[in-house]
Design a protein around this ligand. Structure first.
Ligand code: MLT
Length: 393
């Protein structure tokens, strides 16, 4: 009997679990210290009234024999898939409902999508980036190469001459750097993928934070992308669903590799291994895409944007280099005084009672950088910024 040895090649624990453990330990030793958490990107505002109303209505339906529902369709109820298509249409992207798959959030589908691709494929992962892309492929034992983000390329790496990879992960607006690809830059990736028969795994979980009209919010706004890209999105950050759990994945019918429809494989995978998201949650998700839902969720996004601006202004006052925060809820800064990411983490926690995320947790190229999230409560953000302003540099 053999275990999957890919797991032994992973770091001991998942980044956010390691941070949580460190903070819990610190809090145990220092129970009087007030800690402000700007680490994991978890939302703090309540759900929109339109969502609550829809979910309450759905709960009532489940309590009556006439409207009760058991198993739903594995790929999601048609009403929600149609609502997602409507949202895409508002961005100028035409989709069919059978190209949309409802999930319990982008993380699961991002982790599961490699199931439909051979283990022999080479995977290109940006560095730094959300750790799920790397870890799931390490678990599977795939060969992994990295595209390197840096201050010089604005943490937006592009395909380099001679690059060979089969699966390419992109995240824009980016987690952790907050950087956003322009249409021209995304086109460079799409053209490269079409030329190389590669597939782009595009994570657009933070698309709702883009305010610059010129920036893309879906890879399908780029010509040719439907033949080479799968897009993953989530209502976690858009509508405060981190605890409710609902997202969607788009697998276009045009996407064919090895003479096989990838949509058909994903449907087969989902119908076998997934039983769908609860009816109540899907009704809540549907409400996000109504006029009221979109307006109400936009109010929360604006609140987080203002938090991001407050953080960015403080860092500018301190003279620290940073990116992100304008079209994304993350601010990515360079640690002061050549500190390593974990040294800065310890300093912020122990001296200022602030928890952030060490950049090195997102990859080697994140060393010397640090991520702050704008998802906190306003009063906490203000308090944290007051504390930061006292930092001697
Ligand atoms: C993050 O902090 O990077 C995210 O909240 C993690 C996630 O979305 O799973």
């Amino acid at each position: 009997m053999r275990i999957n040895r890919g797991f032994l090649n992973l770091q001991d624990s998942y980044l956010f679990s390691r941070i949580a453990e460190k903070v819990t330990e610190y809090q145990k030793q220092n129970p009087e210290k007030e800690i402000i958490r700007l680490g994991i990107g978890d939302v703090t505002l309540p759900l929109a009234p339109a969502v609550i109303e829809a979910m309450q209505q759905a709960v009532s339906e489940m309590g009556s024999a006439h409207t009760f529902r058991g198993y739903g369709e594995e790929q999601g109820y048609a009403f929600l898939r149609r609502a997602v298509c409507g949202y895409y249409a508002s961005k100028g992207v035409e989709l069919e409902a059978d190209e949309v798959f409802i999930s319990d959030g982008a993380k699961s589908d991002l982790g599961n999508i490699p199931d439909v691709f051979a283990v022999e494929n080479t995977v290109l992962v940006p560095d730094p980036v959300y750790p799920v892309y790397l870890d799931t492929n390490v678990m599977a034992g795939r060969s992994i190469i990295f595209s390197k983000g840096s201050i010089e390329n604005g943490f937006l790496p592009l395909p380099e001459p001679g690059l060979h990879a089969d699966l390419v992960y992109l995240c824009s607006p980016n987690n952790p750097t907050g950087a956003v690809y322009t249409k021209e830059q995304l086109k460079a990736w799409v053209d490269w993928a079409l030329d190389h028969d590669a597939v782009i795994i595009f994570d657009s979980a933070y698309e709702a934070f883009v305010q610059d009209q010129e920036l893309p919010t879906s890879i399908y706004q780029i010509e040719g992308a439907k033949s080479c890209a799968i897009e993953f999105c989530s209502l976690s950050k858009t509508a405060g669903f981190t605890g409710i759990r609902c997202g969607y994945t788009v697998v276009p019918q045009e996407l064919v590799r090895d003479h096989v429809s990838v949509n058909r494989l994903w449907l087969r995978r989902q119908t076998t291994k997934f039983n769908g998201v609860s009816y109540i949650v899907q009704r809540g998700a549907e409400a996000v895409f109504t006029e009221d839902g979109l307006r109400q969720t936009q109010e929360s996004i604006n609140y987080y944007r203002e938090n991001a601006r407050l953080i960015a202004d403080t860092l500018a006052e301190l003279g620290l280099w940073f990116t992100g925060g304008t079209n994304a809820p993350y601010i990515w800064l360079q640690c002061p005084n050549h500190m390593s990411s974990w040294e800065f983490f310890d300093l912020l926690l122990e001296r200022y009672g602030i928890v952030g995320t060490p950049g090195s947790g997102f990859g080697e190229n994140g060393e010397g950088f640090f991520r702050l999230t704008a998802f906190g409560r306003r009063e906490e953000i203000l308090k944290a910024m007051d504390r930061l302003r006292k930092m001697p540099l």
